[in-house]
Design a protein around this ligand. Sequence first.
Ligand SMILES: Nc1ncnc2c1ncn2[C@@H]1O[C@H](COP(=O)(O)OP(=O)(O)OP(=O)(O)O)[C@@H](O)[C@H]1O
Ligand SMILES: [Mg+2]
Length: 344
Amino acid sequence: MLRDGEVFEDDHLPDPIVGRNRHMNEVTDALAPIEDGFRAENCFLFGPSGVGKTTVAKAAVRELRREVLDVPYAYVNCWRDYTRNGVLDQVARGLLNAAIPPSPSTSRLIDLIKSNLHGPGVVILDEADQIRGTEVLYDLHEIRGLSWIGIANREVDLFADLDDRITSRISIAYRVRFDTYGDDTITEILSRRAREGLGPNAVTEDVLARIARLSEGDARQAVTTLRVAVQMAGREGLSGIPARLVDDAVDGAKHEVRQKTISKLNTHQRALYEVLVEEDKLIQKELYARYEEAHDDPVTLRYLRESHLPKLEHYNLIEVEWDKGTKRYSLVGSDHSGSSPEEH
Ligand SMILES: Nc1ncnc2c1ncn2[C@@H]1O[C@H](COP(=O)(O)OP(=O)(O)OP(=O)(O)O)[C@@H](O)[C@H]1O
Ligand SMILES: [Mg+2]
């Protein structure tokens, strides 16, 4: 049944992008000055998980590079590379053909980029809310010709640390908000994947519509469900996906998406997660005290509150409830939290 597994991979970039014309247009408008040799406008994409932010940013750059061949471009996953030096290192490696020495200092990296970038270039700062400190945004701003597309879950997360003086210098002309997809758009996204990746008659529109409905506007969940359903049907020796497999495929996909997210957690987020595996329903002070014991180099409570806890919440790993004016934290879907929406 599976003809091309690549179309179900996480980093598969579909062509064309379905149901995001307005978003695509806004990002391509921001990038348009590059076609005339100028620096683009910075832009900033935000919205919930699985709604196409990373996809739209990459597709807009792909479109630009079809118009203006070889515009220097770097993609930085700031969840993985979150320090000033780490971000600049990825920027330099992406943008430049020049050799990058091992473990370069931050100032060396900035010099390298400045002296080797001749004309406009663009950087995608994905998961930009995970960047530690904001100097790197200045650094990028000081590099002539360079503009960025920042991606975060909530607008406040990126700007929490920036004071107004800084925000006005790092002008962000375009802010593009993403909402969850409607069921019809998800069905269309799935239908294209099925056409590209599966044999004929592998899945009916009804089954796709059902997967879409159960994915609650999250395209990652939907695409993963389709792939899991293909595997389940394959194990039964079937050449198509029967409707009866959908519910189990949804649960399997939720589990898979969650495991993948857990594997991406940084040490602070992992320590928090593990504290909550041990004991649930902690108030912020208790959670912080346990985390501080568990981590060798703990961040401040404020930083935890602004950067790490929202990330865990955004990816639906933890949930927060208010209890007499205090927040209590639990794991989503853990045995400890009793009933969880996603296990039912
Ligand atoms: N409009 C679309 N057309 C086709 N596929 C899409 C579309 N939007 C999202 N997808 C697919 O859904 C998955 C998730 O999309 P994407 O990674 O862009 O989400 P995101 O908004 O960046 O989520 P997160 O905040 O979790 O990083 C990807 O596999 C992507 O290919
Ligand atoms: Mg993303």
